[in-house]
Ligand binder design. Structure first.
Ligand code: GDP
Length: 298
């Protein structure tokens, strides 16, 4: 399936290397754990998280009195599933309408993800409207419009350089008029001006609160899995600026170091809500820890 296909590169590195190590070791000893830790670290799991996983794995081995290295794989799978499930959560769209604000630096796959989310929600029978709130670049507006047409949802936009808050305001009026279920707002998530970003998001939130009081609101941060530990630092910076409620981790298909998702789930206090595993419209999935680990190790 799509997930398995999308995780192929990571599978080829992490899983195959783990298999090789487990086969080559005749017994479970410190050296075996060190090799496993090394594989995790070089797959972008992060040093702290890798150490924690190996520590827990040792305990699992002890508790289950496991002596066969081949059986360590199942225990590792369980450990990874547990760590990943800390960061598992569905989109919260509890009210009609609901609002999703999407932030993230350029190039991470923000526009593509908005298109894919719109497609996902539309396929669930929801009426979706997009707001082209990244007014900083004309290309961002154009790209979002292409996605809106592709998916078949309405887009509210203004000219390049216009006030993002004005776009969102217009979009909210459209949502009310059409009785839409979900408004997905693109934003200009530029990080080099943290203060501006903060101000911009605050302004947008104020408008949402005033025009749609009590609506359920997600702030999704899009992170690019191919950027490795950089993604973690982006998440930390964005969290300082605004209350990020979920992460969309894109391009997992484009990296052999998909271990970054483990670092994201364990180091950040933000759930991974969706994962991107390709460039097509349906290459976005809700994140499920158990399915993910199964796909990785199957
Ligand atoms: P933005 O600048 O953040 O809006 O990024 P875009 O949405 O324009 O995406 C940048 C590039 O990443 C495009 O070529 C997308 O097709 C690609 N992309 C986005 N998500 C994924 C994904 O999950 N997998 C792959 N392979 N490519 C992706």
């Amino acid at each position: 399936d799509k997930l398995k296909e999308g995780l192929k590169k990571t599978k080829n590195t992490i899983t195959e290397r783990i298999d090789k190590v487990l086969v080559s070791f005749g017994k479970i000893d410190e050296e075996l754990f060190e090799e496993l830790e090394e594989i995790l670290i070089t797959s972008d799991v992060g040093i702290d998280t890798s150490m924690k996983i190996i520590e827990n794995l040792k305990n699992r081995v002890k508790e289950t009195k496991t002596t066969d290295p081949a059986k360590v794989k199942e225990l590792l799978k369980e450990e990874l599933a547990q760590i990943l499930s800390q960061g598992e959560s569905d989109l919260k769209l509890d009210t009609t309408p609901s609002v999703i604000l999407v932030v993230g630096v350029n190039g991470v796959g923000k526009t593509t993800s908005i298109g894919k989310i719109a497609n996902l929600l539309k396929s669930q029978g929801k009426k979706v409207i997009l707001a082209a709130g990244d007014t900083f670049r004309a290309a961002a507006i154009d790209q979002l419009e292409i996605w809106a047409n592709r998916v078949g949802v309405e887009i509210i936009k203004q000219a390049e350089g216009s006030d993002p808050a004005a776009v969102i305001y217009d979009a909210i009026q459209a949502v009310k008029a059409r009785k839409a279920d979900v408004l997905i707002c693109d934003t200009a998530g530029r990080l080099h001006t943290k203060k501006n970003l903060m101000e911009e998001l605050k302004k947008v939130f104020r408008i949402v609160d005033r025009e749609l009081p009590g609506v359920s609101r997600e702030v999704l941060l899009v992170l690019d899995a191919t950027t490795g530990q950089n993604a973690i630092s982006q998440a930390k910076t964005f969290s300082e600026v605004t209350d990020v409620t979920g992460i969309v981790l894109t391009k997992l298909d484009g990296t052999a170091k998909g271990g970054i998702i483990i670092a994201v789930a364990s180091e950040l206090n933000i759930p991974v809500k969706l994962i991107g595993v390709g460039e097509q419209m349906d290459d976005l999935q809700r994140f499920n820890a158990r399915e993910f680990v199964e796909a990785l190790f199957s």
